[in-house]
Design a protein around this ligand. Structure first.
Ligand SMILES: Nc1ncnc2c1ncn2[C@@H]1O[C@H](COP(=O)(O)OP(=O)(O)OP(=O)(O)O)[C@@H](O)[C@H]1O
Ligand SMILES: [Mg+2]
Length: 300
């Protein structure tokens, strides 16, 4: 049975949507918007992710996609933001969404996270995992200031020893094992985002949605965080959709770059460079220039 978030007639869909919206409304402080859609079997790691060079260039053509956007449209009042979008995302794939400010990147992410309803079209998840666990991470860490680092990461987990161990392990993965008892106010911006990342990953999401999570960080911290995200994505095998303004960041991290212009996908390109990617490489720079030229052409 396929999941169709456009179809709110089904009781399970209505409950799912209500829960997602409730979480967003009630927990404005939340770093991660929990859209845990029921008991979901974990996905097997994607074999493609480990050897990105061998991926097919036409995304979704060789394997059944984990997520499919079919004729997705969204308007706010008279303003049409997304127009008839089709996109297939493979299990374990890292997709970057780029585009000018206001082109609808966050709207697309919110639709994927079940926080908005499409006006037309639908989002289908693969039958093997039609209720994926989804987490969203934003530009602001949205940590609860009255909870310690480890309490922030533990939100939504039980208070068992196993949960405590998982929190501690996840904090170690993001390099903050020694800051578990600190208050968020004592952390730098980059450290706060590490906590936010830990808070998302502690739930072992199938799909991690990232809305410019590194946008407010300085250049060096940003590069460090990019490496960390890439490393954890490779370890944990989740599907990632990253919204970013930064073409270099998109090329560094993504298997595929999707450009949205005027509500439509105008570029959908696989990146087959081996990982970790060398920013100084000629092919990297050429690709960056070509994509940047396309992003900027509207103003030229
Ligand atoms: N809740 C809303 N109500 C009305 N209009 C909205 C709403 N959310 C977004 N929009 C409009 O939809 C368009 C796309 O917004 P969105 O936030 O998706 O853009 P974006 O690509 O993420 O931009 P940015 O890069 O600046 O974050 C914008 O014109 C915005 O004003
Ligand atoms: Mg946005």
């Amino acid at each position: 049975m396929k999941s169709d978030i456009a179809n709110a007639q089904k009781p399970s869909e209505a409950v799912r949507r209500l829960n997602a919206l409730k979480l967003e409304l009630e927990d404005d402080w939340s770093t991660v918007v929990s859209v845990q859609w029921g008991e979901t079997p974990k996905l097997a790691p994607s074999p493609q992710k480990l050897i990105p060079q061998t991926k097919p260039t036409d995304a979704g053509s060789a394997l059944t996609p984990a997520i499919q956007l079919l004729g997705l449209s969204k308007s706010y009042g008279a303003r049409q933001v997304l127009r008839n979008l089709d996109l297939a995302i493979r299990e374990g794939e890292f997709v970057a969404i780029i585009g000018r400010s206001g082109c609808g990147k966050s709207t697309l992410l919110r639709l994927l996270g079940g926080l908005e309803r499409p006006e037309a079209g639908k989002i289908q998840f693969a039958p093997s995992n039609h209720d994926p666990a989804i987490r969203i991470m934003f530009q602001e860490s949205r940590l609860l200031p009255w909870k310690t680092v480890q309490e922030n990461v533990a939100l939504g987990l039980g208070r068992t020893q196993t949960s405590k161990d998982i929190v501690q392990k996840t904090l170690a993965k993001v390099g903050l094992a020694d800051r578990a008892n600190d208050w968020p106010a004592r952390l730098s911006g980059g450290q706060k985002q590490r906590v936010a990342l830990a808070r998302a990953l502690v739930h072992s999401p199938d799909l991690l949605l990232l809305d410019e999570p590194l946008g407010a960080l300085d250049a060096l911290t940003r590069i460090e965080m990019q490496s960390l995200i890439e490393e954890l994505w490779q370890q944990q095998s989740f599907t990632a959709v990253l919204v970013t303004h930064d073409v270099q960041e998109a090329i560094s991290l993504a298997d595929r770059i999707v450009l949205i212009e005027d509500g439509r996908i105008t570029l959908n390109e696989s990146i087959n460079f081996p990982r970790p990617r060398a920013r100084g490489a000629a092919a990297f720079a050429q690709l960056e220039e070509r994509i940047l030229r396309q992003v900027l052409r509207q103003t030229n």
